[in-house]
Design a protein around this ligand. Structure first.
Ligand SMILES: NC(=O)c1ccc[n+]([C@@H]2O[C@H](COP(=O)([O-])OP(=O)(O)OC[C@H]3O[C@@H](n4cnc5c(N)ncnc54)[C@H](OP(=O)(O)O)[C@@H]3O)[C@@H](O)[C@H]2O)c1
Length: 226
């Protein structure tokens, strides 16, 4: 399976690291940015890192309009602005993977806290703003950028996923499973996204105390069901 993935926030730590992993897995990967120059520079860095040609970049709207999957990894304080910047470009059938976490840092608070989102989560906030027929799937909040960007690091962790469209959830699971060492786990409908987003500040606290980059693993789920 090879597909086209665009990443809004692809110049940032998580977006760039995911771009590298998905490009290395063989997918056409487009870096999105508010700046065409920053997108092009980051795409060039990904190409050099993974040694592949199928990586490009562009301003967020242009970058996302033809992609089967659009991943959002932006600071929560800029989440609404970034969703609004792409919503005119998106069409029914496209799948938005939401990795943004409403960390309290958005309001000057601690990274070990989340702030309340009226819709319940960043993913539900995106779903409310995006056109009908664009499916939002919550995923990739628990993988550390620094582990992802080191392509020699062998990943071995689960990726909790939540979304309301079974087909979109399955498509995202198949995409994520193309990255060796990542195992997607179906957590249920999008209303569960708030719980998944809260895993990030928990992991930040664990990381601080244990000087590590922890991920998550569900025990007893031998064959994840979709
Ligand atoms: N880092 C991790 O390991 C990790 C893990 C799990 C979840 N997350 C979540 O993923 C999201 C991104 O985290 P990150 O660490 O990648 O953040 P980051 O390094 O600060 O990068 C975020 C990117 O967002 C874009 N952006 C758009 N609007 C912005 C604005 N108003 N101000 C600043 N940047 C803006 C920027 O790209 P342009 O300027 O090019 O548009 C920037 O490169 C956050 O919600 C975070 O909580 C991160």
């Amino acid at each position: 399976m090879s597909t086209h993935l665009a990443i809004v926030g692809g110049t940032g730590a998580l977006g760039f690291a995911l771009a590298a992993r998905f490009a290395a897995a063989g997918h056409h990967t487009t870096i999105g940015s508010r700046s065409a120059d920053r997108a092009a520079e980051a795409a060039d860095r990904v190409r050099r890192l993974v040694g592949r040609e199928h990586v490009d970049g562009g301003k967020n709207g242009e970058a996302t309009k033809d992609a089967a999957f659009v991943l959002l990894a932006v600071p929560f304080a800029a989440h609404v602005d970034n969703v609004k910047a792409i919503r005119e470009a998106l069409r029914p059938g496209q799948i938005v993977i939401e990795a943004t976490v409403p960390l309290a840092t958005a309001l000057g608070g601690r990274p070990t806290r989340v702030i309340g989102v009226p819709q319940g989560s960043a993913a539900q906030q995106a779903a409310e703003l995006l056109p009908d027929g664009v499916h939002v799937v919550s995923a990739l909040h628990t993988v550390s950028a620094s582990k992802l960007v080191d392509l020699y690091h062998e990943l071995d962790e689960d990726v909790p996923i939540a979304g309301d469209d079974v087909g979109a959830n399955r498509a995202v699971a198949e995409l994520i499973a193309t990255v060796r060492g990542l195992r997607p786990v179906n957590c249920g409908p999008l209303e569960l996204a708030g719980l998944i987003e809260r895993l990030t500040p928990l992991l930040i606290s664990v990381n601080k105390r244990n000087r590590t980059h922890a991920g998550v693993r569900f025990t007893g789920v031998d064959r994840p069901a979709w």
